[in-house]
Ligand binder design. Structure first.
Ligand code: SAH
Length: 486
């Protein structure tokens, strides 16, 4: 019996030591050493996460289920970084990426994961954010979450691409930036883009070589061509090409125009002037060289004209499904007044208009609002109204001064989420339903927490895979005003 007591006592001391070690947060790994590690989770940037003695390690290129040997490359107090030295046992979700440069290119961070695995990850990212940051009950999240809306084809889906063009000791490089860098990774094919881009790029590159047109050099801020932006109107399968130049004009532009317009699917060609020393791709000045300035596309039976600087969703096939989900969550019957905040070119507003009494769209970019108004005319929609300005300023004004009280509010903010002023104003107006479309589960969860603390109940959650092979995910949720607060 005494022996057992001593044993228990020793175990207690050892455990306490462990606790002390943990409390002091001693780092249990050493830089440049190799350790065995099981990956249990994925971080927000797609890096594998595993733990050694409670110490968190982030490992790029590793996925949950992988057993690896990790080489430690950096240690911090609470966490460290490693690289895969070798894979002892691959995860069931691990596949060979079809793109030969997937590991180098900064574009796709999940191509080494099966599509099923990617969807699982994105679903759990949404749920975890709502539970951890949103402080929503886990059982409720499980109950109200719908399966993520998957893509029929997770490849070749994008309708927009920006290729950086760079000078590398006299050689023209056109491709994508490497991960966390401005080094160009060249590739004959990008598997998430339309393959027609290849003909456009080949035409421009040949023109540059034949006519000694220089590519941009970021360090010297010299050279002419900085970026090639290609947008595609998916319904009509037409392409608009914009070349961003570090100058005012492009020599032999007539020849290039001829060459580009010979490509049957190219409908328009523009220049964009950007002479700033900046990472921002587009400058303010657009010069239309040939063809229409607006790209025309359809989402179901609505036509949209999109000016070059306006936001437009990048995955047309998934956009239809996303908007259908938004429409479903609004529960519109034809009698409701709706706000569509952060409305861009009015895509959601016009999509909802025929199911509502009236829709009021608010957007900060005036060109996008011009598009929205034109789009309403184009589709003969008379019950959609658009306003330029910040949602957090315009919406309260419309409510207080003009008495426009919404039954349903749709918000679709950028990654930083809704401004608190707007959330407060929404609570004041107390619409029955809020449909929140978000491209960042973290800020979505923050705002959901706020609204749930002020009389709303989260009752629907659905992810939509708009950005296949990247770690990004779109989410739609519905919040309903509690009966007692109505
Ligand atoms: N709902 C649209 C656009 C969503 S993207 C669609 O589905 O296409 C987010 C939009 O919010 C962008 O067009 C951006 O210009 C706009 N925006 C950003 N901050 C804003 C603010 N404070 N008020 C209004 N619009 C804003």
């Amino acid at each position: 019996m005494i022996g057992q007591d001593i044993k228990d006592y020793l175990i207690q001391i050892l455990e306490r030591r462990d606790i002390r070690k943990y409390m002091k947060r001693e780092c249990p790994v050493v830089k440049n050493e190799i350790y065995e590690l099981e990956i249990t989770n994925l971080g927000a940037n797609g890096e594998g996460i595993g733990r050694i003695d409670g110490y968190t390690l982030f490992v790029r290129g590793a996925i949950p289920g992988d057993k690896i040997r990790v080489k430690i490359i950096k240690t911090k107090k609470k966490y460290g970084y490693g690289i895969v030295a070798d894979i002892i046992e691959p995860s069931n979700d691990r596949i060979s990426p079809i793109c030969p440069v997937a590991n180098k290119c900064g574009g796709c961070s999940l191509q080494h994961m099966s599509y099923e695995g990617q969807l699982k990850y994105k679903e759990s990212l949404i749920k975890e954010s709502l539970i951890r940051i949103g402080e929503i009950d886990e059982a409720l999240i499980e109950e109200i979450s719908e399966p993520i809306i998957r893509a029929n084809n997770p490849y070749y889906y994008r309708n927009k691409v920006q290729f950086p063009v760079r000078d590398n000791n006299g050689r023209i490089e056109i491709g994508f930036y490497a991960k966390s860098s401005h080094r160009i990774v060249e590739t004959p094919r990008c598997y998430i883009q339309d393959t027609y881009n290849e003909e456009i790029i080949a035409t421009i590159k040949k023109f540059m070589i034949d006519n000694q047109i220089t590519a941009y050099n970021e360090f010297k801020h010299s050279g002419l061509i900085r970026h090639i932006l290609i947008r595609k109107g998916a319904t009509r399968d037409k392409f608009h090409v914009t070349i961003v130049i570090n100058g005012k004009k492009l020599q032999k532009i007539k020849l290039l125009t001829e060459n580009l317009m010979k490509l049957t699917k190219v409908e328009a060609f523009s220049l964009n002037v950007n002479q700033e020393k900046t990472n921002v791709v587009l400058g303010k000045q657009m010069i239309n060289i040939e063809g229409p300035t607006y790209l025309i596309d359809n989402i179901k039976d609505i036509s949209y004209q999109i000016s070059p600087l306006s936001f437009y969703q990048v995955n047309p096939a998934q956009t239809v499904k996303l908007y259908d989900k938004v429409l479903e969550y609004t529960g519109l019957t034809g009698t409701e007044t709706v706000y569509d905040l952060y409305c861009g070119i009015g895509t959601i507003s016009l999509f909802l208009a025929k199911s509502a009494k009236e829709v009021h769209g608010v957007e900060i970019i005036d060109q996008a609002i011009n598009d929205a108004r034109e789009n309403a005319k184009l589709n003969n929609i008379k019950n959609a109204f658009f306003y330029i300005g910040k949602s957090e300023e315009v919406m309260p004004e419309l409510y207080v001064k003009k008495g426009i009280k919404a039954d349903v509010v749709v918000v679709d903010p950028p990654r930083k989420g809704c401004d608190e002023t707007l959330l407060k104003a929404m609570i004041e107006m107390a619409p029955k339903t809020i449909v929140y479309v978000s491209c960042d589960p973290g800020t979505l969860a923050r705002d959901v927490k706020y609204l749930c603390g002020q009389g709303y109940i989260l009752d629907k959650v659905c992810g939509c895979d708009m950005f296949c092979h990247s770690t990004h995910v779109e989410t739609v949720v519905r919040l309903c005003l509690k009966e007692s607060a109505k």
